[in-house]
Design a binder for this molecule. Structure first.
Ligand SMILES: C[S@@+](CC[C@H](N)C(=O)[O-])C[C@H]1O[C@@H](n2cnc3c(N)ncnc32)[C@H](O)[C@@H]1O
Ligand SMILES: [Zn+2]
Length: 167
């Protein structure tokens, strides 16, 4: 398997049931700015599961940089915040060496079924985060209950904030 180049303190490893994932190789403090999310801009027709939604039909398509291997959790330890239009990954909770980095895909993606239909590619999935807050199938913010939406309101991308205010 191809070795993925990572910044110092991070490693891409195989994770049971989730393909590969990114792990901390040192303790990480909440608030740490990990990286600018990598990829190129494309539309919904041309995405794969390694994409991040930026607007209704604007996506950041990953090409296999280390941040493209960050898995989803329904109770994540990282978050994507936007600096202007640029998505940046930050540590949300203090992490110990050995922990897997995760963020909540439901804070960026509106409708992963719509994405699947457009791109003809598998994008929604059944979550194996194993946390008490797990919502089950990960298919986008559109499908969350009102309370699940409210729990995420401080972590939403600008695009989902606008959908949250005007559903
Ligand atoms: C951006 S990729 C993450 C890297 C991926 N694990 C890999 O090896 O290429 C997103 C894909 O990883 C898998 N994945 C991510 N988080 C998961 C989770 N909590 N449970 C199950 N599969 C997950 C799903 O197949 C999803 O479509
Ligand atoms: Zn989950």
């Amino acid at each position: 398997m191809q070795t993925i180049r990572c910044p110092e303190g991070f490693e891409v490893c195989t994770v049971e049931g989730k393909g590969r994932g990114v792990f901390a190789r040192r303790d990480l403090q909440a608030g740490l700015r990990v990286c600018v999310c990598s990829g190129y801009i494309t539309d919904m027709k041309n995405i794969t599961a390694m994409c991040l939604q930026l607007d209704a039909n604007v996506f950041l398509q990953g090409v296999g940089e280390f941040d493209d291997f960050i898995n989803h959790s329904c109770d994540p330890n990282c978050v994507i915040r936007f600096e202007g239009e640029t998505p940046v990954l930050f540590v949300l909770k203090n992490m110990l060496e050995g922990e897997e980095l995760t963020f909540d895909y439901n804070t960026t993606d509106w409708d992963m079924y719509e994405q699947e239909a457009s791109a003809n590619s598998d994008i929604a999935f059944s979550c194996r985060c194993g946390t008490a807050k797990c919502v089950g199938d990960i298919k986008g913010f559109r499908y969350l209950s009102d309370s699940q939406r409210s729990e995420r309101k401080d972590c939403l991308s600008p695009f989902l904030q606008s959908r949250f205010s005007h559903p």
